[in-house]
Structure formats: C-alpha cells, structure tokens
Design a protein around this ligand. Structure first.
Ligand code: ZN
Length: 362
C-alpha cells in the first residue's frame, strides 16, 4: 500500500539504517543499500558535508533541490510564493515520469471525486494517491528540513521496483521547508555557535537562541497557526496547492523537547475537534501501526495517542482533517544543535536516538 510505504520515508532521520559502531553518518546510515541512479547527485556531493553533520541553510536546501529538478525526470519544482525576507517557497511534485506528463489529467479526475456524481466514477483504483509532505514549519525544529534532503534524493535516485511502483501509484507534493526565514535564522545561529569540539551541556550558547528564535517567521508569527486564517505570505500558496490537489494524507514534521522520544498522531482523543470524522482518526491510527512496527523493529522509543491536540484547524496536521484528508503530526526529540545531553543520554543531530538505544541495551 503506497501510503504506508510513504510513511517509512517520514522516519528517515529518526530511524536510520543503524550501525552502532558508526561514529560519523554516511548516506547508507540513513538509506538502505540499494541501487541508486549515479546521475543523481547525493546531498553530500552537493553540500560538501554529509547530512546531519551541519545544519543545512535554506539557500543550500533550495540549491540542491533545484539541481534534482534539473536532472531528474521524476521531479518538477515550482515556486509558489515568497517569504517576507524574499526566500522562495518551493513545492516539488515527485512521481513517475509517465505521471509527470499527465498531472493536469490526474488533478481533474481528483476534482471529480469531491462531487457526489464524480465520487462514483469507476476508475478510482487506477488513480494515483496524493501525499503532501511538509517540513519544519517551526524553523528551529530542523530535522525535518534536513531529512528532506535525503527523502528527495531517495525518491529521485532509488532504482528498486518497489520505489518505481510507489511513484507510479502516488503523486508526492513535497515542501522541504514551510518556514524558510525561521529555518535560516536557526541554522545560522547553531552553525555559528558550535565549537570544533561540541559542548553537549544544555546551558551552552548553541542551545539558547536569542529571541525571537527560529520558530517564527520574519514578523514572529507562528506559521503553524496560520493554515486557517492565511495572513502571512508563506501560507496562501500552500493552501492553494492543497485545494488544487485534495491530498489523501498530509504529513507535518516537527521537533519537540530534547528529553522526549518520538511522537506520531493520533493525539489525545479528548482534544480532537468534534467536527473531525471518527473515520479520520481510525485511518490515522491505522497508518500509525506502520510507524510503530518500523520503530519497534529498530528499538526506537516512541509514543502515540498521548499529548498533542488535533483541535484547531489553523494547524497543519488538523486543517486537512475536515477536508477528506488525514493530517498527521510527527514530533522528534530535538538536539537543538549538534549534540546535547538529555535525560535519555546524549542526543546528537544525526544519531537522534543513540541515548535511548543504549538505555534499552543495558
Ligand atoms: Zn513544531
């Protein structure tokens, strides 16, 4: 099932293909050892450093994705807006080349689905599913946008039959950064404050950004409250894409406190908006079973069904829930810098769960 398969991609930074003896991340730390198209540049070959060793800046992220768009026939990129600070808002449409040639036709068929007459059309099984993947709307929750480099590479370069089938059956709307100004502010802070020999002490300068921190946009607005009112320039273009495609699933990737583990929705049942259909929560929980299985197989601690509301439709993971789409919030414990000491041990940016693992193994 293609949507379940996509769920795996959301866990890349949290659930790498682990080698306990490995001290520095490599591409195969994050991704499975399968055949990749050598014509597609890896993130490290473009950036000059491996993902997770430094915090990617927004301009670097944009440069890499434009390069993938230039080379890969699986990707079409468009700029759908500009931030207050004139950074581009990007959405990549990632799907099989045959689907790239008929995007307008797929979209038109999906529009029929939202009418009572159209929803009974007979060819629904041949219509690709649409998954909207969005990263780091809070700019100092950086693992999302950094993982986006790897997810985009994987989808562009993987040569296996299952990835080709995934791309045949799915159109992926891929937004690498919902909050470019905040992300750039945070990346600049942590990269400029880190030492040659990193200090993991939580009181170190690196982990204590000055106000307004990277969470907000240029005018200190929380963009994860703007999906309903759409008052900031980052939002309207994104809402238009959502309404243009009627995605089946929207994934919304965040970070939470450093002493936590990993969370995915559904959230607290008593804090779900009563307008949201029960079926929406049932399907969200069913997809969650996939995440639980993968994380458990890798001995990664997680929780679900506790904490985090699904009430206010101005949030990215709730806005879709009233519109025939499943919005799913993911929260990763944040190292908030290169590496930080936590209640669960040392939490590093690329090795997010190393502390948890060592606790479990003792
Ligand atoms: Zn957040």
């Amino acid at each position: 099932m293609s949507l379940f398969r996509l769920g795996y991609l959301t866990l890349l930074l949290a659930c790498p293909w682990w080698s306990a003896a490995q001290e520095k991340p490599s591409l195969l730390y994050y991704l499975p050892a399968i055949a990749y198209d050598p014509a597609i540049p890896t993130p490290a070959s473009y950036l000059g450093y491996e993902v997770g060793t430094w915090h990617v800046t927004h301009d670097q992220l944009v440069g890499y994705l434009r390069e993938l768009d230039r080379i890969s026939d699986r990707i079409s990129l468009r700029e759908y807006g500009r931030t207050h600070e004139q950074r581009p808002m990007l959405c990549l449409t990632i799907t099989a080349p045959e689907n790239q040639a008929r995007l307008e036709q797929i979209k038109a068929l999906r529009h029929r689905l939202v009418t009572p007459e159209g929803s009974a059309m007979p060819d629904i099984k041949t219509l690709p599913a649409v998954n909207y993947m969005g990263y780091s709307i809070h700019g100092n929750e950086a693992s999302g946008s950094n993982a986006a480099l790897l997810v985009a590479y994987y989808l562009a370069a993987a040569q296996t039959a299952d990835v080709q089938q995934l791309l045949q059956n799915t159109v992926i709307l891929f937004d690498p950064c919902f909050n470019p100004d905040g992300m750039q502010r945070f990346a600049t802070w942590v990269n400029s404050r880190r030492s040659r020999h990193p200090s993991p002490d939580p009181v170190a300068d690196e982990f204590n950004e000055p106000w307004p921190r990277g969470r907000y946009n240029h005018y200190f607005f929380d963009l994860n409250r703007d999906w309903l009112v759409a008052q900031q320039p980052e939002t309207p273009g994104r809402i238009a894409i959502f309404q243009d495609w009627h995605p089946n699933v929207l994934t919304d990737h965040h970070e939470m406190g450093s002493n936590s583990t990993f969370f995915f929705q559904p959230g607290v049942p008593s804090r779900v908006n009563p307008i949201t259909p029960v079926r929406n929560q049932e399907l969200t929980a069913r997809i969650g079973e996939y995440h639980a299985r993968i994380l458990s197989a890798h001995n990664v601690a997680f929780f679900s069904g506790e904490n985090y509301d699904d009430f206010y439709y101005g949030k990215g993971s709730t806005y879709p829930d009233a519109q025939g789409c499943m919005g799913i919030l993911f929260e990763q414990a944040s190292s908030r810098g290169s590496q930080q000491q936590t209640d669960n041990g040392l939490l590093t940016f690329p090795f997010q769960h190393s502390g948890i693992r060592s606790l479990e193994f003792t």
